[in-house]
Design a protein around this ligand. Sequence first.
Ligand SMILES: [Zn+2]
Length: 69
Amino acid sequence: MKDNIDRRVYRCPICTLETPHEIIGHLGGMYGICCTHCRNGSLVWEDELHIYQLRWEDELRDIMQELST
Ligand SMILES: [Zn+2]
């Protein structure tokens, strides 16, 4: 288990799936991420990654609320 690897949910531009992406490094505000599905690397701005994560968490919260009502 490699628990030290940071993962963020992001829409992979290569396989177009919403999957967790491993953070492999960053340079300033630019992050190098690796898709856990197709193993392709992408470059993404930190802000974009952060916005995507927030949107995804919101969606998840909505789903959970729908399930509990
Ligand atoms: Zn992918």
